[in-house]
Write a protein that binds this ligand. Structure first.
Ligand SMILES: [Zn+2]
Ligand SMILES: [Zn+2]
Length: 267
C-alpha cells in the first residue's frame, strides 16, 4: 500500500523531552487500526523551522517567515490574544488563530499530512456563537490537526502528569481520525461529538479532568484491550476507508485495478 499521509509531531521550544510521550500516544491510537497504520508514518519534527525562517532585522527585531516555523504559529496566536485581551493578562494564546493558520499552511498541499502541535501556553477558543471559552486543553479538526497544551497538566512544582497528558493527546488524535463522528451510535454532542461508552477515552470531560479516563486507559492496557471502544474503532475504520477512497480517486486508481500499464509487455 502506498503512503497515504505523514503524521508530523511538532512542539514549542522546551517541550522536546515530551516528544516520545506524544509519539507513543499517536502510535497507540494508530495501533487500533492495524490495516491502516503502516500507511501513515509518524515523524517527530519538534520545534521545527526551515532555513532562514527566523531572522533579526536591522532594528534588532525578530522577523518570522510565515508558515516556516513553529515559533511563527505561536507568535501569531499570541498577537491575536493580545488583541482579544488574553495576553499577557491571562497568559493565554488563541487556539482559533493556530487552527486557521494550520488550515491555510501551504505545505499541506505539497505533502499530504496531519499535524499534532504541542504548546506550553494555556489556550482559549471561541464558540460558534462568539462566546469565548475560559480555557481549552486542546482542539482537533478531522483530517487536519490536533493542538494540545500542557499548561493544565503541570502541577505547582512544574511537574507534568505525563500519563494524563498522554490520554489527552490520544483523545485529541482520536478526533483527528474521526472516531466520534457526528451522528454515530453511542455518542453525544458537547463541544463536538463524543463517545458515551464507559471506559473509552473518547468520552467528554468538560471540566478538563482526565484522571479517571487515564486510570481507565491504563486498566484497559493492562488487560491487553485497545484504548478506545469498539464503536470508536468501527468509526475510525470508516474514516480510514474514506481516506483510501479519496486517495484512489485523486490518483486515478478507481476500484478495479485489473489492467495496468505493463499489460502485454511480458512477451
Ligand atoms: Zn473531545
Ligand atoms: Zn468510544
Amino acid at each position: 500500500m502506498p503512503e497515504m499521509k505523514k503524521i508530523f509531531i511538532l512542539c514549542e521550544k522546551g517541550l522536546e523531552v515530551l516528544m516520545p510521550t506524544v509519539k507513543s500516544a499517536v502510535d497507540d491510537m494508530m495501533s487500533c487500526f492495524p490495516q491502516h497504520k503502516a500507511d501513515y508514518p509518524v515523524e517527530v519534527i519538534g520545534n521545527w523551522q526551515s532555513e532562514g525562517a527566523v531572522r533579526q532585522n536591522s532594528a534588532g527585531q525578530i522577523v518570522y517567515k510565515p508558515y516556516e516555523s513553529v515559533d511563527w504559529y505561536l507568535m501569531r496566536a499570541r498577537q491575536k490574544a493580545m488583541m482579544e485581551g488574553r495576553w499577557p493578562q491571562r497568559g493565554q494564546i488563541s487556539i482559533d488563530q493556530l487552527c486557521a493558520d494550520l488550515h491555510s499552511d501551504p505545505y499541506r498541499t505539497q505533502i499530504p499530512q496531519w499535524s499534532v502541535l504541542i504548546t506550553k501556553q494555556d489556550l482559549y477558543g471561541t464558540l460558534s456563537n462568539g462566546q469565548k471559552l475560559n480555557f481549552c486543553l486542546g482542539v482537533s479538526h478531522e483530517n487536519e490537526h490536533s493542538i494540545i497544551s500542557t499548561a493544565r497538566f503541570v502541577d505547582r512544582n512544574g511537574i507534568l502528569d505525563t500519563e494524563e497528558f498522554k490520554t489527552v493527546v490520544m483523545h485529541e488524535f482520536g478526533h483527528l481520525i474521526g472516531v466520534t463522528r457526528e451522528g454515530r451510535v453511542h455518542s453525544n454532542e458537547q463541544l463536538g461529538a463524543h463517545c458515551t461508552n464507559e471506559g473509552c477515552l473518547m468520552q467528554q470531560r468538560l471540566d478538563g479532568d482526565y484522571k479517571e479516563l487515564t486510570r481507565a486507559r491504563l486498566l484497559r492496557e493492562s488487560r491487553g484491550q485497545t484504548p478506545i471502544c469498539g464503536d470508536c474503532i468501527t468509526e475510525g475504520n470508516k474514516f480510514f476507508n474514506r481516506q483510501r477512497m479519496a486517495y484512489n480517486i485523486t490518483h486515478g486508481l478507481g476500484f478495479n485495478t485489473g489492467l495496468d500499464g505493463n499489460y502485454g509487455t511480458t512477451r
